[in-house]
Structure formats: structure tokens, C-alpha cells
Write a protein that binds this ligand. Sequence first.
Ligand code: KDG
Ligand code: MG
Length: 428
Amino acid sequence: MAIDRIDVNVTSPGRNFVTVKVTTSEGVTGLGDGTLNGRELAVVSYLRDHVVPTLIGRDESQIESIWQYLYRSPYWRRGPVTMAAVAAIDMALWDIAAKKAGEPLYKLLGGASRTGLLTYAHASGTTIDALNDAIRGYVDQGFQAVRIQSGVPGLGQIYGVHDAAPGGKYEYEPAGRVEARSGTGPAAGPEAGSAAGAAMRPSEETWETAAYLRHLPTVFAAVREEFGPALHLLHDGHHRMRPIEAAKLAKSLEPYDPFWLEDCTPGEDQAVLRLVRQHSVTPLAIGEVFNSIHDYQQLITERLIDYVRSSATHAGGITGLRQIMAFAAVYGIRSGFHGPTDVSPVGMAANLHLGLAIHNFGIQEYMPHSETTLSVFRTSYRFADGMLHPGEAPGLGVELDEEAAAGYEYQPAYLPVNRLRDGTVHDW
Ligand code: KDG
Ligand code: MG
């Protein structure tokens, strides 16, 4: 058999997704996720213009060789656009291999190492009461682990913090659609120009680390008081802190026994985590913006993290993520794969199959996709009692309804910009 055609589908059922469909000469199809939030069309071009023409006619069972060909041959290695494109092809080839075997993909990856995957939900609230309400909603659904994000007194909208809609439905979308904010004014910082063209800019938020550092321990204290010691509590610092601030936060959260502190500093400067480790035993998780095993080299060999946060979508697919997890296993580091709604249901399924198979699984993030998204992507993974399972359908177990997908055109959407009060562009 050979690769006969590759289609790159762009659809926006509630948010943008890039999906590859590989079709073999015998008509077997496989799906792969190449969604890169806010930069989707760069991946589409990379695939359509530079990858697809080189793969037609190749043996689709040569998954490792095709991965190496896409990774090494262009000379320009790594980077989020490249690795999302590689990921999309890789997942589709694994999907085909498992469909040909008539087995769910996890069986080709070594079989199930556990009965299900411990899963965490996203709870947030602009106030502690609103946050506690959101957590209660997840506990009632059976979640045993919850990521908690809260508003900070004196600051306005903070990324990832929203109150549940009336009726309790919490649908937080990481990227805001540009057309929905046509009234957005010019950027607040020194590079602000005229208002003309401002509607095409991402939204902007204001940040102050000192206020956050004062407030967050009180949030953890209140949540522990309300829910007791057994519920796993996670928190995402979203790269906003300087090293000494991250060390201070990690230390101040210790009494509340956090499951992890995620992205406490920007991930590129890895040696700074030595400082955080020196001051605290709060477990650390990093990696959702990484895209290869090389990004993890220092973090893993120096045991500076406890959890790998990559997703199959952004780290070169199942092949790329499996490399990282094999390396991490040597150092006792476990998985905490990225599972926001900008990882498509196809990417989510890839995370789940790999997570079920590897020995060093830790926890899986789960932001359920909207009903609109799930009307286009039909999934067979299932959630019960705080655990996810990829299901038993052959392959990844996800179908793309192309007719339904065609009804949702791509819409420009961006993650927000983060600034300090004086307009300085800040990490996040
Ligand atoms: O596209 C970026 C989002 O996926 C990311 O900001 C969400 O931090 C996130 C998380 O932990 O899921
Ligand atoms: Mg995160």
C-alpha cells in the first residue's frame, strides 16, 4: 500500500482546527491534528506547500522513517509550526496502522498499562466563591483533580479566569475571535499606533505579579478548607514569574499540598528552575510550548521537573512524544499531557492512547470540547469517575464529519497579550 492523497482540513466549529487526512491506495484513512492556536494557517501552508507533495506514493507503514524524513531532511529542525505539521502526519499514519490491525491504537503502543487515565479539569472564578462553585461542579461530575485559577483583586480580566455561565456551563476558550471584538482599541503599550486596524489585534490584559503572589496562597487555603485534603489541586502560573518570584510562590503553596505548579517561569531558561527546586518541594510541570525531546534535555537530566506537559499535537505526534516519555522514564518523570480545547479531539485521542500505554503516565488534562466541536469530530473516548479512556474503536477512534466541518469557515482568532501596568509586554 502507499499514501495516495493527503487532505488538509481547516474548520472552525467553535474554534479553529487543522486536521490532516491521509488516504492510502486501498482506501484506508487516518486523521492527524496540526492545530497551532493563533498560527493555524502557517501549519496549513507548511503541510500543503512543503510536506504533502513529498509523501505521495510512500509506504504509509514506514512511520518512523517518515518522521525522521520530515524532521531531518528539510535541514530546518524543530519549532512549533514544523513540529505541528510533523505531528499531524505522524498521528494519521499511526491511525492507519491501528485501523489496518483492527485494534485501538494503544494496543500497538504496548497495550494498556492501566484501566483508565487520571484526569484534571479546569476550574476558575473571578472570586473565591465563584471558584469554589466551579470546583464543586467538577467534583460532582466525579473529577478527582482540578486546576484552580482565580481572579486577583485589583486586576481585571486574567487569562484563563472566567466565571461559569448561568446554568453552570463553563466554556473557556483560550483564543478570542478577532471579529467578535471589532470595538477593540489600540494596543496599550508604547508601540500603540492609531486606532486604525486595531480590530485585527489580539485583546490585551494587565498583570501585576506582586498582587498575584499575595493573593494565590489565600485562594489555595480557602479551597483546601472547603474541599479537604484528598482533592488534587493544580495551578498554572502561565510563565508569568521571574525565578525568585516562582520560588516564593512554590514555597508559599506547600502547606496546601499542590499536585503541581505549572509553567512557573518561561520555559526557555531552564537553569532557573534550580532556584525554584532549591527553595521548594512543590512538584513542577512544564512543556506545553515545547516541541521536541531536545527542549527537555536539561529539565529531565537535572530532574528539574516532575511532569512533561507536551501534547502529541505540538511535540511531533505520537512518535515525538513517545521519545520524550521514554527519556523521562529513565529519570522517574511522568506525563501530564496538554489537553486544552485547542488540541483537537484527534490530538486528544492521541494523548489518551499513548498515556494508556506508557508506564510513566501521571495525569491527563481534560477541557471538554464544545458540543459544536463534537458535532464535527465524533469521538469514542469516554470519561467516568474522574478517569478518561480512549475507547476500543480501531485506530485513534475519532471521525471527522467533513460535510459538517465545511459549514464552519476559518476565523482569525488570537491568544491575548499580557502587559504590566506601565505597558511593558510581559511573559504569560
Ligand atoms: O493555546 C494555549 C492554550 O492551550 C494554553 O494557554 C492553555 O495553559 C494552558 C493549559 O494549561 O491548558
Ligand atoms: Mg498551561
